[in-house]
Design a binder for this molecule. Structure first.
Ligand code: NAD
Ligand code: UDP
Length: 328
């Protein structure tokens, strides 16, 4: 039985990856320190004999006895609100955490895949974004802690590959959504859906002309799975190219949820990218992959998930007022 270590296992993507690898017949070891994750996301795996869990901060030395075939490094705060609130931890998990895990991959002769991001392109001047675009990132801006940690993560991963011969894979993930996102993590989909469910107005940052392209989690996991098993070392974009402005997206959410609330406009966060759309030509060619779930279908599943949360979860005040963080 092949063994895979998944960091960030109690988070949104990490928990879905745990499910996928268990379904494929792997032994899965999840690792997380719950800084932005939730035990609930992996509670259903607690009695599964093919799942083990280690509560550990991967920015500290990672000790693991026994063999490993694969490491998937998904630990990192991933929402702008989270990484603005915990900037040092964000820098550390992308840099020290990645270094520790690459060391472990080298020692175990395991193949390691890192979760990079469309944020390495910053506020992109090339559209749609192709993997050969170097990006436009403000190193010292509030988002720099995340973007630069991820850029460093890609560099150290390639260095371990070139210098130590570690087998590595790099996925550049574009905005992905689905069940198990944290309702109050500040990202636009849980934010709008939470507002609709609480009967609040939907907060659009800026004039809403900025665009994003949203990928449903099952499509993302499929792309990651195929990339891991491929022999391609350089970064690959995985995302859904169907682009929409945030203003139009708010209208879609209003229709979907049937809320009678309106949209209200707030300041655009500093360095908020104005456009984002993955060019997935490479993923199509290399992996025979493209997204299958359209936004209407994915949003409905996601909304059904948020509707199933308890009143207590719906009204948890964490991050409800984050205007203070966002423009510092
Ligand atoms: P998430 O916040 O739901 O999950 C991240 C998990 O990592 C959490 O469970 C958190 O507790 C854990 N973690 C953070 N620091 C840790 C540390 N030092 N040690 C151990 N565990 C730690 O976020 P997500 O959306 O699931 O993102 C997962 C990964 O995918 C991140 O690396 C993120 O940068 C990347 N990514 C996600 C998206 C997206 O749209 N969801 C887009 C681009 C990149
Ligand atoms: N956004 C918004 N209202 C919100 C939350 C986010 O208008 O309540 C905007 C945000 O400014 C950005 C887009 O939605 O332009 C996507 O934000 P998210 O935090 O989901 O992801 P990212 O900026 O990392 O792509």
């Amino acid at each position: 039985m092949k063994k895979v270590l998944i960091t960030g296992a109690a988070g949104f993507l990490g928990s879905h990856l745990c499910d996928r690898f268990i379904k494929e017949g792997y032994k899965v070891i999840g690792m997380d320190n719950f800084i932005t994750g939730d035990k609930k996301n992996i509670a259903h795996l607690s009695n599964n004999p093919n799942f083990d869990f280690i509560d550990h901060d991967v920015s500290e030395y990672v000790k693991f006895d026994g063999e490993l075939d694969y490491i998937l490094h998904f630990a990192s705060p991933a929402s702008p609100i989270d990484y603005l609130k915990i900037p040092i931890q964000t820098l550390k998990v992308g840099s020290l955490g990645t270094h520790n895990l690459l060391g472990l991959a080298k020692a175990k002769r395991a193949r390691m895949l890192i979760a990079s991001t469309s944020e390495v392109y910053g506020d992109p001047l090339v559209h749609p974004q192709t993997e050969d675009y170097y990006g436009n990132v403000n190193t010292i801006g509030p988002r720099g802690v995340y973007d630069e940690a991820k850029r460093f993560q890609e560099s150290i991963t390639m260095a371990y590959h070139r210098f130590h011969g570690v087998e590595t894979r790099i996925v550049r993930i574009f905005n992905t959504y689905g069940p198990r996102m944290r309702l109050n993590d500040g990202r636009v989909i849980p934010a709008f859906m939470g507002q609709a469910l609480r009967g609040e107005d939907l907060t659009i940052f800026g004039d809403g002309s900025q665009t994003r392209s949203f990928c449903y989690v099952d499509d993302q996991v499929e792309g990651i799975y195929r990339l891991l098993l491929s022999d391609y070392v350089e970064p690959v974009n995985i995302g859904n190219p169907h682009e929409i402005s945030i203003k139009d997206f708010a209208e879609e959410i209003i229709k979907l949820t049937g809320t009678t609330q309106k949209v209200i406009y707030q300041d655009l966060p500093v360095n908020d990218p104005m456009q984002r759309q993955p060019d997935i030509t490479l993923a199509k060619k290399l992996l025979g992959w493209e997204p299958k779930v359209d936004r209407a279908e994915g949003m409905k599943i996601t909304y059904d998930y948020f509707k199933s949360l308890t009143e207590e979860e719906l009204y948890k005040s964490e991050h409800k007022d984050f205007s203070g963080f966002i423009n510092k």
